[in-house]
Write a new protein. Structure first.
Length: 302
């Protein structure tokens, strides 16, 4: 078999290009899925719901997901160039933009989920002690995750500024696989999701026990769908991501899983909002949850 050095000038082994091709396929497919979902979100929304914070936050997250897919195409072209012999230079700004977007979008999605939790447990009708028990850990999780990610970006920037692109990429692999920053983020993300999931499901179970199922089974199913898409799916994938960090898997496999997890969180968030808007449209503008739940449980779309 001919070695890489035997390849004609201008030719590159497929082994160097395969990771970039996989990234391009994943990023393009996931970003393309967000476009029709954004259209569905707009269709099920109303002029009133479009003025709500949750609608603006959903649109922002979807647009960021689409931008990530676009930046992904350019970033992976640079990845292929710097991995292929002879190594070429690459634009650090493109790489930093992609990494910054892809690692900071999960905490932002979790902030939206925390807002849903805030709507389910409004401070005006929730005991102060319970409010503190629920939301102080949520706030601490967010602060710890953001601090950890800022430290990661600083370390990654130092590695990226290495004039040798091959060395820069190898240092990034070491930071991603062996340093504690990524593991801390995934552990904190898992605990963050599990904490929110537990309180959401506890409220759902409590509503079922207090008689909501007799008159509002459709409302309970909507809450279940919201919990499933917004909380349970991200929680399960976060657990899977943590497990993968301790397995003997290569760098690229872990990064594929991370990209898929990011887009699944965005899609789950969209599904939850679409279900909420759909339920609100079916009930009509004047109906609320007060007649079905005690204490009242609003759908997390306001």
């Amino acid at each position: 078999m001919a070695s890489l050095d035997d390849l004609p000038p201008g030719w590159t082994s497929i082994a160097y290009l395969r990771p970039s091709v996989y990234y391009i396929i994943l990023g393009t497919i996931w970003a393309a899925c967000l476009v029709p979902l954004l259209c569905v979100l707009v269709i099920f929304s109303t002029p009133t719901s479009r003025r709500q914070p949750i609608f603006a936050m959903n649109v922002f997250v979807v647009l960021i997901g689409i931008i990530i897919g676009i930046v992904n195409l350019k970033f992976k072209r640079y990845t292929g160039e710097m991995l292929a012999p002879p190594a070429k230079g690459f634009d650090p700004k493109i790489v930093l933009a992609y990494i910054g977007l892809i690692i900071f979008i999960p905490p932002f999605v979790d902030c939206i989920l925390a807002y849903r939790l805030y709507v389910i447990y409004p401070p005006r009708s929730t005991p102060r002690t319970l409010t503190c028990i629920i939301f102080i850990p949520v706030l601490l999780f967010k602060v710890a995750r953001l601090t950890n990610l800022v430290l990661f970006i600083i370390a990654f920037t130092h590695a990226l500024l290495n004039p040798n692109p091959i060395t820069a990429f190898q240092e990034f692999q070491v930071i991603w696989n062996r340093e504690a920053w990524t593991k801390i983020e995934w552990f904190l993300g898992m605990f963050d999701n599990c904490w929110a999931t537990g309180w959401f499901l506890w409220r759902l179970w409590k509503s079922h026990r207090t008689g909501g199922a007799r008159d509002g089974s459709d409302k309970i199913m909507q809450l279940f769908h919201i919990a499933l898409s917004s909380f349970l799916f991200p929680c399960l994938f976060s657990i899977g991501q943590v497990i993968s960090t301790f397995l003997e898997s290569d760098f690229f496999l872990g990064s594929y899983l991370y990209v898929c997890n990011v887009y699944l969180q965005i899609i789950g968030l969209l599904f939850a909002t679409i279900w909420a808007f759909k339920g609100r449209a079916e009930r009509g503008a004047g109906s609320t949850y007060r007649r079905f739940f005690s204490p009242p449980i609003p759908l997390p779309f306001s």
